[in-house]
Each structure stands twice: as C-alpha cells, then as structure tokens.
Design a binder for this molecule. Structure first.
Ligand SMILES: Cc1cc2nc3c(=O)[nH]c(=O)nc-3n(C[C@H](O)[C@H](O)[C@H](O)COP(=O)(O)OP(=O)(O)OC[C@H]3O[C@@H](n4cnc5c(N)ncnc54)[C@H](O)[C@@H]3O)c2cc1C
Length: 501
C-alpha cells in the first residue's frame, strides 16, 4: 500500500506537463517511445497490480486462477509462456495443427492479466497514418504490407467473434482520426496523399478536410480534418477467455500463478528444453515466448530490443448531456501536437463508459519518472496518475462538444485509471519467429502498444512457421521476422518513434 501511495504522489508531477506549441510529428508516440534506459526489464509484478475495468468485470470467473491439473506436468510437447491474446491464440492454432500434441500454458499471475487484460479495448487497424514512418524505416512496399496486415488482422478478429458468437461487447463502426491542430492536419494530409500515390488502399477511408465539417462529424471543437474507416472496440479479456476456454476443452493445460523463471537446454531425456518454475520444471520440445513486454527477463538477448513501459487507461462515465441519444457514436484517435494521441473507446455496444488510452501529453512526465525510477518499468500498480487524468479532463472540458457546460454529478466524469505494461519494440514492429541460435524456442512479442491490430494474424502465423511453413506463406510483413541480422542491427539503436495505440 505504501508503495502505491509513493507512486501516485511522485507521478503527480505529471500534472505540470503542457502540450508543445508546434507539431513536430504525426502519429509519433514520442511520449510512448523515448526510452533511454535500454537494459531495463523485469518479470510480471506479483503484488499490488491495479485492476483494469475489464478485470474488474470478471472477478467471479474461475478462469482467473485456473489450473487444469493440481501439479505442474513435467513434460509437454510445447510450453507457451504467457496467457494474453498472443499465447492464447498460439495455443488455439497449435491445437488446429497438432490436436494430438500436449500444450501447457504458463501464466505468471491471473489469466490474461497483462497488457491484453488492461488495454483500451480498441482494435483499430492503421489504414494510412503510420505510412510515413513505416515507409521511412522499411520502404514503401513493407509499409503497405504492414497496413494491409492490420486490415487482415481486424477482419480476422471480427470474423472470429461473429463466427463463435463471442460475448465480448464487440462494436464495429467508424473510427475517426481527428487532427486538432493545423500543423498536424497538414502532416496528416501529406501522409495520406503519399500513401495513396504509393498505391495504398484508401477507397474505404472517408476524408473530410473542411474544418467545419470535421467539427460537425467528430463533435470535437478544434477538429481540423477527419479520417473515418471501419474498426472495432471490444472487451479484450472476455474475447481471450472465450478462446482459452475452447482451448481447455480441447486439451490445453493452463497453469496460472506460475512464473517461468528460465529456459535451459535439456541435458537428459528426449526433449530439447526445460522450462523452470518455482512449482517444478517442464521438459519440452518447443517453447513459445508470448511474454510481450516481459520477454527480455527470460531471454536476455532481447534486452534493449523489447522494453517494458507502463501506460495508463482512464475510464470516464459520460454525463447526461452526452448520454442516450447524444452518446458518442464513434471511436477516435485524436491527433495532438507533438505526436501525442488520445485513443478513445466509447463502448457504444455496451455500457457507454468511455475509455481514454493512447499517449496523451501527460504520459511524458510518467515516462520521465519511470526513467528515473526504472524499477517501475513493470509497475502496473500505478493508478490515477494525475498528469494523465488532467489531460483527459482538460480535453473533455474544452474540446468534446456537450461536455463543456457539464456539472458532474456523483458517478459521472473520470472514475478511475489503471496501468498496463506495453512492450516497446526498438524498431516499432513485433518480433515473430524462432529465436536465433535456439532451435525450438519461438517468439511473438514486442507489439509496441498496438497488439490488438497485430496478434490475430501474428500468433497463428508463428505456429504455422513452427509447423515448417516458410515465412513467405504465412502472410506477415517481412519486417516482423526475428533474424540474427535484425537483432544485430538493433543492438545499440535507440527506440523507434513509431507507435500507435
Ligand atoms: C494501457 C494500455 C492500453 C492499450 N491499448 C491498446 C489498444 O487500445 N489497442 C491495441 O491494439 N493495443 C493496445 N495496447 C497494447 C495491447 O494490449 C498489447 O499489444 C497486447 O495485448 C499484447 O498481447 P500479448 O498477449 O502479446 O501480451 P500480454 O497481454 O501482456 O500477455 C503476456 C503475458 O505473459 C505473462 N508472462 C510474462 N512473463 C512471464 C513469465 N516469465 N512466466 C509466466 N508468464 C509470464 C504476463 O503475465 C502476461 O499475462 C494497450 C496496452 C496498454 C498497457
């Protein structure tokens, strides 16, 4: 408890952060990405985690602390470390390809209590915004492939939910990207036009460049333009739980509250690897690292390559003036100066409470504080970080039409915020494939705060690679592949500025 109080008051300094005068970048989470302490890593925090809104909704669900068998099996064909969306989807694909093989999923804490169980609930495929940065980093063709892959991923997620009738509050509708400053709007237009010229698909994007129309469509007072396309919001824990329950019925062994402490070469028996835990060891042929932000704690070669960083999500209950027929109907990316961003999920198909995620300007002070106190890089016990909440409050007071004249009654307005740990990738895109020099150890991690638009293709893609398929046939952008060459080039590089939530 003491630790929590210390944390909140120290980060309270974040309240003094102001928005930069000029926009130096578009869609660039400077705030999310400026990590200089490259070696920092850690295992999932064991006590005092904040409870996300999603985790609060499922407290009586026995899956949270499920152990399929009382004792840890001492042998399996494959051990998957991590029960977030990546580990859970990897287990699903594994069952499809090898229904007869044994799979154990290890989870350090409650089921799906990492980033997946704590995010802002947006599955928003980037359909143009990241093109500029991706093109600069990887060239035109790869940049287009990344954005196409995000569209494929979103479609795969929506199809899964519909086909399996998953109760996870899925909403499908127009997401709006709204620049709220002239310079950001200029950059947005430039990137959009360049993407179009490069042959990127844009027919499905409705573009409004007249500020008055943008204000009308978006209901955001300072809107300078508006880009609209299809995306989704959902309850991410419930989706992941649905997939995992199906996995359990088909024979997967899930062991929660079991931290994998190391992976070593098997020195006896017929298996390749041994996964060590405090509850015993498991000998296996394949290990899947679905550990995202925490990957480098188990695999030190990934230090400085995948870096954990706390992020905040804030739950706001809309006041009466913006409820009912006046409720917000779209999800948003509000593009602020200097690369800051509000990601807004209004849970239109559920209770209508509005989740504010992304990297709002208040995140910078939190990042600076974590730099000075790196032990907090895996601290998802942070809550109600003042600077972040203040930015949300300022935005809804000053910019969202209908909210400004509100006198909040009890139960309305900002309720609570929680933290989760994102896995920054040093070059901004995930690492998928076999760990170089470690035959039988596989990874899908480093989703850079944007995993909901990546994992529904990346996780099954990884398992298809395990089955012997070539990279070219699994349909992922080449730049996601983990290779010795990529790792060598990235050693010593500074963290990418490309990040999108
Ligand atoms: C506040 C916040 C908001 C976000 N908002 C969005 C959003 O709106 N849209 C979007 O696309 N993305 C968002 N993200 C990012 C997204 O949630 C992640 O990219 C995605 O959930 C990653 O899934 P994962 O399964 O790879 O990782 P996780 O969900 O983090 O799962 C990894 C799991 O591995 C476990 N683990 C780690 N190490 C060990 C070990 N040694 N032994 C046992 N278990 C271990 C962890 O406990 C954890 O449960 C957000 C993230 C945060 C933190």
């Amino acid at each position: 408890m003491k630790q929590m109080h210390e944390t909140v008051s120290n980060t309270g300094a974040a309240g003094s952060v102001t928005v930069a005068e000029s926009s130096t970048a578009l869609n660039v989470e400077e705030h999310a990405s400026a990590s200089s302490n490259r070696a920092r890593t850690g295992f999932p925090k064991q006590n005092g985690q904040s409870l996300s809104y999603w985790l609060q909704q499922v407290r009586s669900d026995p899956l949270l602390d499920h152990r399929t068998t009382e004792d840890l099996p001492n042998d399996a064909d494959t051990v998957i470390i991590g029960s977030g969306i990546t580990g859970t989807l990897a287990a699903e694909e594994h069952l499809k390809i090898w229904p007869e093989k044994t799979v154990v999923v290890l989870e350090a804490r409650e089921f799906c209590s990492g980033a997946t169980g704590r995010n802002a609930g947006h599955c928003k495929p980037d359909q143009w915004r990241g093109f500029g940065k991706f093109e600069k980093a990887y060239g035109k063709e790869q940049a287009i492939r990344i954005l196409n892959n995000e569209a494929d991923t979103w479609k795969a997620l929506v199809s899964y939910v519909r086909e399996h009738n998953v109760d996870c509050d899925l909403w499908v509708g127009d997401t709006l990207d709204v620049p709220v400053d002239d310079e950001v709007a200029r950059l947005a237009k430039e990137v959009f036009e360049r993407y179009k010229e490069a042959g990127g698909k844009v027919d499905h994007i409705k573009v409004t460049t007249d500020p008055a129309d943008a204000v009308r469509i978006s209901r955001i007072k300072d809107a300078k333009a508006c880009y609209a396309w299809r995306a989704s919001t959902l309850q991410p824990w419930k989706l992941t739980a649905h997939v995992m329950r199906d996995n359990l019925e088909k024979g997967v062994n899930l062991q929660t509250y079991t931290v994998a402490t190391s992976v070593t070469k098997a020195i006896e028996g017929h298996r390749r690897w041994v996964v060590h835990t405090e509850r015993g060891d498991i000998a296996c042929d394949n290990v899947i690292h679905a550990t995202n932000a925490y990957s480098a704690a188990l695999e030190p070669d990934l230090k400085g390559i995948i870096t954990p960083k706390p992020h905040i999500c804030t739950k706001v209950v809309p006041p009466r003036a913006v409820s009912g027929s006046q409720a917000i109907q779209n999800s948003y990316g509000v593009l602020l100066p200097d690369g800051a961003l509000f990601s807004i999920n209004p849970r239109s198909s559920a209770d209508g409470s509005v989740m504010f995620g992304g990297s709002n300007p208040g995140q910078q002070a939190l990042d600076d504080w974590v730099e000075k106190h790196p032990i907090n890089c895996i601290n998802d016990g942070l809550t109600d970080v003042k600077g972040v909440n203040q930015c949300v409050q300022d935005f809804i007071d000053n910019n969202f039409q209908g909210w400004s004249q509100t006198t909040y009654g009890p139960g309305e307005g900002i309720q609570y915020s929680w933290s989760g740990i994102i896995g920054l990738s040093v070059d901004g895109v995930p690492f998928v494939g076999e760990l170089p020099g470690k035959r039988g150890q596989w990874i899908c991690a480093g989703h850079h705060g944007h995993g909901m638009a990546r994992t529904f293709t990346a996780a099954p893609g990884l398992v298809n690679l395990m089955s012997g398929k070539s990279w070219d046939t699994v349909g992922l952008p080449d730049v996601y592949q983990i290779t010795e060459d990529r790792l060598q080039k990235l050693k010593g590089a500074s963290v990418s500025k490309v990040a999108i939530i």
